[in-house]
Design a protein around this ligand. Structure first.
Ligand SMILES: N[C@@H](CCC(=O)N[C@@H](CS)C(=O)NCC(=O)O)C(=O)O
Length: 194
């Protein structure tokens, strides 16, 4: 088994999907959390100067979704057919587009306004895709379900209740969190949350 070190800030954000995927598969990983004060010194040593990265047997790999897809493949979480893989990737990319546009560094007011204006399109799409099924794609969980949960937790920490009118999407989050290996991770992870 290779050795894995996840390097990310001391928050959930873009690192949490990788922590979920490691945990889901019971893969041991070092969860290195960088303090913001230490980041300027570390940044020039990181490919493309952004986190998260994962060090696998001493080699650094960047881009959270490239790493996520690698881990999801190992875990059988990318979809059961090639066409299901398209559906899973489309969900991942759609949620990621939204995550990238969210004004993380702006004021609380700007975040709330962004959410009010832009989230209905995302949430309606996600709810329609889910329909009355337990998971977004196929008859079992994929990493798109996990990604929705981790990203929604980040949005929720800034704009509480942003998805309150979408009970099926909230129930999906609960289903993800109830998966035993994910529940075990959530129980043991640092309480600081974003
Ligand atoms: N597409 C990249 C985005 C990475 C990214 O935006 N990382 C942010 C934190 S979430 C970062 O490293 N910010 C610090 C910086 O750019 O100096 C990924 O998914 O890994």
């Amino acid at each position: 088994m290779p050795s894995y070190k996840l390097i990310y800030f001391n928050l959930e954000g873009r690192g949490e999907i990788l922590r979920y995927l490691f945990s889901y598969s019971n893969i041991d990983f070092e969860d290195r959390r960088v303090e913001f004060a230490d980041w300027p010194a570390l940044k020039p040593t990181i490919p493309y100067g952004q986190l998260p990265v994962v060090e696998i047997d001493g080699v650094i790999y960047n881009q959270s979704l490239a790493i996520g897809r690698y881990l999801a493949k190992k875990a059988g979480l990318t979809g059961k057919s090639e066409l299901d893989e398209i559906r899973v990737d489309a969900l991942i990319d759609t949620i990621d587009d939204f995550f990238s546009k969210f004004p993380w560094m702006d004021t609380e007011k700007a975040k709330k306004e962004f959410m009010e204006k832009s989230s209905p399109q995302l949430l309606a799409y996600l709810e329609k895709t889910l329909g009355n099924n337990p998971w977004f794609v196929g008859d079992s969980a994929t990493w798109a379900d996990f990604f929705w949960d981790t990203c929604a937790d980040s949005f929720e920490s800034y704009v509480p209740g942003f998805a309150k009118d979408y009970p099926k999407l909230l129930a999906l989050k609960e289903r993800v969190k109830a998966i035993p290996t994910i529940a075990a991770w959530i129980k043991k992870r640092p309480k600081k949350s974003q």
